[in-house]
Design a protein around this ligand. Structure first.
Ligand code: ZN
Length: 102
């Protein structure tokens, strides 16, 4: 054993340390997302599919949403929004119904 802290490191401790690293990684990821969110605040939108009536709620970037409403192409304004959600915004048809129509 090369590393002794307060007690002998057991495989269990080793596992716990790995988990701590993972927790740290996840926390970093959370911070990155938070920073991203601050730069690019999201807004929640709700749409009811005109075909099946399912209500879909999702988040879109506030800025991009505004740009799209002002006339920008949706794929340019909100590239981070999924295809299904974009379809629902454009045509009012959810991804499932859209797939059925294809
Ligand atoms: Zn639908």
């Amino acid at each position: 054993m090369s590393e002794h802290r307060e007690e002998t490191i057991t495989p269990q401790d080793e596992k716990r340390r790995m988990t701590a690293a993972e927790v740290q990684e996840r926390r970093d990821e959370g911070f990155r997302r938070m920073a991203e969110e601050l730069r690019n605040p999201m807004t929640r939108v709700q749409r009811r599919c005109i075909s099946c009536g399912m209500v879909v709620e999702f988040e879109v970037p506030e800025e991009g949403f505004k740009e799209w409403k002002a006339g920008e192409l949706i794929q340019n304004a909100m590239p981070e929004v999924g295809e299904d959600e974009r379809e629902l915004l454009i045509s009012g048809i959810c991804g499932q119904c859209f797939d059925r129509m294809r």
